[in-house]
Design a protein around this ligand. Structure first.
Ligand code: ZN
Length: 438
């Protein structure tokens, strides 16, 4: 959570619950959205989400001779590749000659050399084994209405339970850095660059897959592919259908250089089977400490219920969500989509500014003699109503907005000594704090 109220000096002075050990958003909200792919104001560099579509040679410019990127395979990890201009094929945790495989398995990675150095040098990296998850919590089976496979609860699952913890099969940049005007860039049009990118990504994935065990290759190839009709290469189609985003800067203690992508995608075996809903019942968290992707219940889930996770930013209006989901080849019929109105769209879009407003009123009221009245009337009432509505709309997960409104309410209830209500919010806040340190 980068911009939340928890970062304010006031909260730090009087911590209500343990300080987050790791500054990461539990759900990288908007990771699939535009805000992470915007133009860099300093150098005009654009982070372009790697495009899908035909990866065939017929779209390549005539003068194209082969990959512009230097691809380098590290057969052993005895050398630490830190050249930020090179993409390296590597394995995390690192594999050394004569050393047995890691008991939790390995991830095949295509990384910029600098990103590998950033991960391996991170304070938390690989300080814990992957947490054991009780078996028979979930099962993967056919979902209804042609949705392919899905994940279902095998028994009642409690809010906050860890459902999955698994080492990714693959890690790969999610973005292509495109800098108009940079050396060599203007040789081709933007469209030609994208055609090259699609072509080279498929080749790159073929290479990465060859480094996997036969078993993991088979698992990867069996994942669903929503891009069978648009000419996408088969491996890249699977990649775009199943990738989960992670932000390297949020997960490590350092900041990536401007010419290095910070948004990567991971593919996992079981987690990739979770279908979409804008009203999800689980959240995703990548743990650098155990180099694993983890899934947690964000509400009580009944046995038999499908496990659902949002593939797009649920705070977007319904039309925008539909547009973001179109490449996956389905139309979401969750209750937030089927019952959407212009009013519910507006509610989603104004959550952030409304919380900021309640926070400002609260901060001002703290300095007033009659401040408690203001807190009661102008903060507690509307913020509590907003929090209830967010839960109704399916926005009650681990989103920054929901955490912020809960923290604000908890502070306000505590200030007014409404112990019962404050206590009611603690369960959520404790879970949230726990996740931050996982
Ligand atoms: Zn929906």
């Amino acid at each position: 959570m980068r911009r939340g109220f928890l970062n304010s000096k006031k909260v730090k002075a009087v911590p209500l619950y343990p300080e987050p050990a790791e500054k990461i958003p539990v759900i990288p909200k908007g990771l699939q959205g535009e805000e992470h792919y915007r133009t860099d104001p300093h150098d005009g560099r654009r982070n372009i989400k790697i495009p899908y579509g035909s990866s065939g040679k017929e779209n390549l410019p005539e003068k194209y001779k082969g990959p512009q990127t230097v691809y380098k395979a590290l057969h052993t990890d005895l050398e630490h590749e830190t050249d930020s201009t090179n993409i390296v094929y590597t394995t995390l945790p690192e594999q050394f000659i004569g050393v047995p495989e890691h008991s939790d398995g390995h991830t095949q990675c295509m990384l910029m050399g600098a990103t590998k150095a950033q991960i391996v040098g991170s304070r938390r990296y690989l300080t814990q084994p992957i947490p054991k998850v009780a078996s028979a919590i979930v099962v993967i089976k056919n979902a209804s209405e042609g949705a392919g496979l899905g994940m279902f609860a095998e028994r009642d699952i409690k809010f906050g339970e860890r459902i999955l913890a698994e080492r990714p099969l693959l890690m790969h940049p999610a973005v292509y850095l495109y800098t108009p005007g940079a050396a060599g860039v203007d040789e081709y049009t933007f469209e030609q660059h994208m055609a090259i990118m699609r072509h080279e990504t498929e080749i790159g994935l073929e290479f990465a897959l060859r480094r996997m065990s036969d078993e993991n290759q088979a698992v990867y190839k069996a994942l669903s592919n929503a891009h069978k009709e648009d000419g996408s290469g088969p491996l890249f189609g699977i990649f775009r259908t199943n990738a989960l985003g992670i932000d390297i800067d949020e997960l490590t203690d350092t900041t990536s250089a401007p010419n290095v992508p910070r948004i990567y995608s991971i593919i996992v075996k079981d987690g990739s089977r979770i279908n979409h809903s804008c009203t999800p019942n689980v959240c995703q968290k990548f743990s650098m400490a155990s180099f694993s992707n983890q899934i947690f219940a964000i509400r009580d889930i009944k046995a038999g219920e499908e496990i659902l996770y949002p593939y797009c930013d649920p705070f977007l209006p319904v039309a925008d969500r539909r547009e973001k989901l179109a490449p996956y080849g389905f139309t979401c019929t969750c209750r937030a989509c089927s019952a959407a109105t212009p009013e519910s769209d507006k509610f989603r879009q104004t959550c952030k500014e409304n919380i900021a407003r309640y926070q400002r009123i609260y901060d001002v009221a703290l300095g007033l003699r009659q401040g408690n009245d203001d807190i009661r009337k102008k903060v507690l009432g509307p913020a509590a109503a907003m929090r209830d509505r967010m839960m109704e709309e399916g926005l009650g997960g681990m989103y920054e907005e929901f955490v912020d409104v809960t923290v604000l309410l908890h502070k306000a209830y505590t200030k007014l000594a409404v112990q019962e209500e404050a206590k009611g919010l603690q369960r959520f806040l404790k879970f949230w704090a726990l996740l931050q340190g996982a």
